[in-house]
Design a binder for this molecule. Sequence first.
Ligand code: AMP
Length: 289
Amino acid sequence: MIVIDNVKTLQELLDKTITEKRGFVPTMGALHQGHISLVQASVKNDPRTVVSIFVNPTQFNDPKDLEKYPRNLDSDLKLLESVLREDDIVFTPSYKDLYSNEQPYDINLKGLDSVMEGKYRPGHFEGVIRVVKLLFEIVKPQRAYFGKKDFQQLSIMRKLVSELDLNIKIIACPTQREDNGLAMSSRNEHLSPTSRSDAASIYANLKKHCAIATVGDLTKVKSKLIKTINSIDGFSVEYFEIVDDISLKSIRSASDIDSYQRYYGCIAVNVGDIRLIDNTEFSFLFLKG
Ligand code: AMP
């Protein structure tokens, strides 16, 4: 693999192979098997893979969160070395170099950025869009890989590509989980062993309550899930919403449900000062006999 830390060198290299079909995996580093599964999918599909490692300051609404975000470039590179090929690229730009390429733009996300993560992390998606748009312009991939773990981000990436009419296929990759079901996340490292073990109940309860929601009263199911998670020592649910992946509109009652639509139970939980998100896909398809 080739490690490149500046935009000019990357562009010079990529310009020489302008017609190649390349896959792109944007990351913020502190890599785990979740990230690696995206890289492996690209290595399987694309003649060349570009992985970026960049902790993007503009997407952190909380400066303390940015400060404590884990950074392990050496171990990230070691991990990537085990999956990338000789001509694949790891791009590790600096803030100044990357953002000096930014051009003004106007994207209407039609409210996708104002719910759930967008509501509780104001400005987050604006920052995500800024950095991904910049990286897309530099890397010019045919395919870009994102994890289903960041469900709302995935919907927003699809919107970004369609609004800007970019010829990039967004590939959604399954959420990788720890043995106990907890979604892998760079933030898990900051959990105490007890919280990490307790955090398994987030996904277990998410699945259980979304299954009950298909036959039960939605409001009751939602408050039951929130109560169950909140009863764990140090856990506090920030939001739990059931949405579709196009409008991200929350369904509140049975009359909002389209039985042929896929829905997603999406949750954010604060465990002390560590914020965890997860989601599960399901449908309300009622088989009428
Ligand atoms: P991040 O470094 O957190 O910005 O994540 C980079 C990419 O990895 C995003 O597309 C995430 O959705 C994806 N990702 C993070 N955790 C997981 C996971 N547990 N399973 C699959 N993809 C993940």
